[in-house]
Design a protein around this ligand. Structure first.
Ligand code: SF4
Length: 70
């Protein structure tokens, strides 16, 4: 389950993440993660946006992929 989504510095405001996951990302001056975004419902779109971001600045924490707790 995706717990946290972040946009690291370096976004070029291409708009792709907002196109792929409009419920999660909002591109204004840079891309932002919406406060009330539902990560569970949009998990596949988040993963696709992270994979396809041209500058690879979208990161997320996925419990299924990373079972180590800190
Ligand atoms: S896909 Fe990447 S570069 Fe494009 S708007 Fe989203 S975060 Fe920024």
């Amino acid at each position: 389950m995706i717990k946290k989504v972040s946009v690291e510095p370096g976004c070029t405001t291409c708009g792709l993440c907002e196109f792929l996951a409009p419920d999660v990302f909002e591109v204004t001056d840079i891309s932002h993660v919406k406060k009330d975004a539902n990560y569970v419902r949009n998990a596949e779109a988040i993963k696709e946006a992270a994979a396809r971001c041209p500058v690879q600045v979208i990161t997320y924490q996925d419990d299924d992929a990373d079972s180590a707790k800190d």
